[in-house]
Design a protein around this ligand. Structure first.
Ligand SMILES: C[S@@+](CC[C@H](N)C(=O)[O-])C[C@H]1O[C@@H](n2cnc3c(N)ncnc32)[C@H](O)[C@@H]1O
Length: 276
């Protein structure tokens, strides 16, 4: 929690980066002003962030996240989606589910997506994960993406976020209009391979751009859409918002992470191959 941080706003293209406390900043945002929220809050698993201490008591953490949830619900437009990425650990296996029970009074759990970071198919493994050194637990290769909505009735762009048929004969045989089917609720999204600390942006818990991109594509966004990440970190959600032509608002309490987000966004916006 960082309730005493004085917020500082800056604009970059059509995006807004706010250095400040997620709760305080959201409280000052207009109600029903956001189309999609994609975020990965601190998991309360003791990660080493630069300034935030990721080690509240379980009760304090759940209460804080419930207050965050209430503000997210308030700023969401009626047809908005809230994609909440979170994971437990072998020591805290219930935490994501405890959180979902708390958020139940605010949201409908419209979809529960499993983000698979690494998978073994037969004898071949794909992707990366942090190994667990234990004789009791298997490696944790997945995280949750809870798709929360206000009433459970948000229409999704299943085919836009979908995949082509493997067996093309299914297209005519089953009367599909295009070579595309719903991807389902298990998303295999590996991390991009990095070899240096710099490439990891000096942040312990980023998600790959493909994850918020998949969320935004599934919800469906247009050029006027507003995308919010109240725990922006290194700005990954804003990169995804930039890629789909939406307007991103990112809130982050740590000045250094805001600086990384700014640099990453600038780098993408200045690419010569970028079409306006
Ligand atoms: C899991 S990380 C988000 C990483 C992000 N998805 C990315 O790809 O870079 C959570 C972030 O929340 C930030 N944070 C912690 N408390 C906060 C608060 N009260 N308000 C805003 N941000 C906060 C941390 O500094 C951390 O960068």
């Amino acid at each position: 929690m960082a309730a005493t941080i004085r917020s500082r706003r800056e604009h970059l293209g059509r995006h807004e980066l706010v250095r400040g406390d997620a709760l305080g900043v959201m409280r000052r945002m207009a109600a029903e002003s956001v189309d999609v929220v994609v975020t990965s809050p601190p998991y309360n698993l003791g990660l080493s962030y630069r300034s935030y201490r990721d080690a509240l008591s379980e009760d304090a953490y759940l209460e804080w996240m419930e207050r965050i949830g209430a503000q997210v619900a308030r700023v969401m437009r009626p047809g908005a989606s809230f994609f909440l990425n979170i994971a437990g650990s072998s020591a805290e296996p219930w935490l994501p589910f405890e959180l979902m029970v708390r958020l139940r009074r605010l949201f409908v759990l419209q979809n529960h997506i499993t983000w698979i970071k690494s998978v073994a198919i037969g004898d071949v493994t794909h992707g990366h994960f942090k190994p667990v050194n234990s004789s009791r637990y298997v490696n944790r290769n997945h995280e949750h993406v809870f798709h929360l909505t206000l009433k459970g009735d948000v229409k999704l762009q299943r085919l836009a976020a979908g995949v082509p048929f493997t067996d093309k004969s299914n297209i005519a045989r089953r009367g599909h209009e295009q070579d595309r089917r719903c991807r389902g609720d298990t998303w295999f999204i590996p991390y991009e391979t990095v070899r240096t600390r710099e490439q990891k942006f000096h942040h312990p818990a980023t998600f790959p751009v493909a994850l918020p991109l998949a969320c935004l594509t599934l919800h469906g966004v247009s050029s006027g859409s507003v995308v919010l990440d109240p725990f922006m970190g290194t700005g990954t959600t804003l990169l995804a918002a930039e890629a789909v032509g939406a307007r991103g608002i990112g809130i982050e309490s740590d000045t250094s992470y805001v600086a990384i987000a700014r640099e990453r966004l600038r780098e993408v916006m200045n690419r010569p191959d970028r079409s306006e």
